[in-house]
Design a binder for this molecule. Structure first.
Ligand SMILES: [Fe+2]
Length: 320
């Protein structure tokens, strides 16, 4: 297999690992994933992931990684680190085989284990091909499942792979949760700029969860009302604009967007959910925009659903 091992950052990740362990204890996420409480677990997971994306520990770690990457890449742009959190037995986190590269620009993925992995966390193909047609065929035919190798992972292990490499995150069948961080690296010549945020207030990072939690349930309530999506968006926007001041709006915004994403993914499983309809997902995305749009996929999901909402969104949030 092409060697994708990059480094081991065992020492440098310690502050993030401590933060993660603390958060797991506070939010009681050390237990096994259970379908009966899936929705509450997803709310907490989204929030923790978002804290870990923006907290000073991660920012500092990002700076160290960037220095290391400069030895490997000349001029590069990168995405803010994205936490991947798999609870023990977490049914909706095990991913399908895929490759990370979306467009034609060459990208790389850096993947760092922050916790121990008591299971083989990643499945990786032993070779990579750049032809997307064949890659899709390898995935669809099930060949990826047969040929891939499961990787043993130690805390701090860091892998770097090209965007064309087919891989999957494995099901966590161990007793403990696991967490990794990942980021994309792209050459500056492609002229892609990723939005990053370095502000963070630690003061209310736990307290703000109560607002986040309430907001989600008020979104569910509004989404069942008998009015148009635009009307529901307006009402939600009004509520968000009139909330108490929160320093870490970006933490909430990102958490809402990934919650929407996880819930969409969870549709393929039979899981107990509160009252939920199609507009609930879109309203989570809309709330993410109203809090500052820290995950651009949210806007795409709304516009893909109904392109006529584009003008309403651009009027409301002043974008073009
Ligand atoms: Fe991936």
């Amino acid at each position: 297999m092409k060697n994708i091992f990059f480094n081991n950052f065992f020492e440098i990740i310690k502050p993030i690992e401590n933060k993660y362990t603390n958060l797991l204890n506070i939010f009681k996420l050390n237990e096994k994933w259970k379908s009966e409480i899936f929705f509450e677990l997803e709310i907490k997971k989204s929030y923790i992931k978002s804290i870990l994306r923006y907290c000073p520990e991660t920012n500092h770690f990002q700076e160290i990684i960037n220095e290391t990457l400069k030895k490997r890449f000349n001029d590069f742009e990168y995405t803010q680190l994205y936490p991947l959190l798999h609870l023990s037995n977490d049914k909706i986190e095990a991913g399908d085989f895929h490759y990370d590269q979306g467009g034609d620009q060459e990208v790389h993925t850096l993947w760092i284990a922050i916790s121990d992995y008591n299971y083989k966390g990643l499945a990786v193909m032993p070779f990579h091909i750049k032809n997307k047609f064949f890659s899709k065929l390898i995935i669809k035919s099930g060949i990826a499942k047969v040929l891939s190798r499961n990787l043993s992972i130690r805390k701090g292990d860091t892998f770097l792979w090209p965007g064309s490499l087919i891989h999957a995150g494995n099901f966590n069948n161990s007793e403990l949760p696991s967490i990794a961080m990942q980021m994309r690296i792209i050459n500056k010549k492609y002229n892609i700029k990723y939005k990053k945020n370095k502000n963070y207030s630690e003061e209310n990072e736990i307290k703000d969860f109560a607002y986040f939690h309430n907001l989600i349930y008020s979104i569910l309530e509004i989404s069942t009302e008998n009015s148009s999506l635009e009307e529901k968006f307006k009402k939600l926007n009004y509520n968000i604009k009139n909330k108490k001041k929160i320093e870490n709006n970006h933490v909430l915004s990102f958490a809402l967007s990934i919650l929407s994403q996880r819930l969409i993914f969870s549709k393929k499983f039979e899981l107990p959910k509160p009252i939920f309809n199609e507009s609930s997902f879109l309203m989570l995305d809309f709330a993410s925009l109203a809090l500052g749009s820290y995950n651009s996929i949210s806007i795409k999901r709304i516009i893909n659903y109904d392109n006529s909402l584009r003008s309403f969104l651009s009027k409301t949030f002043n974008f073009h």
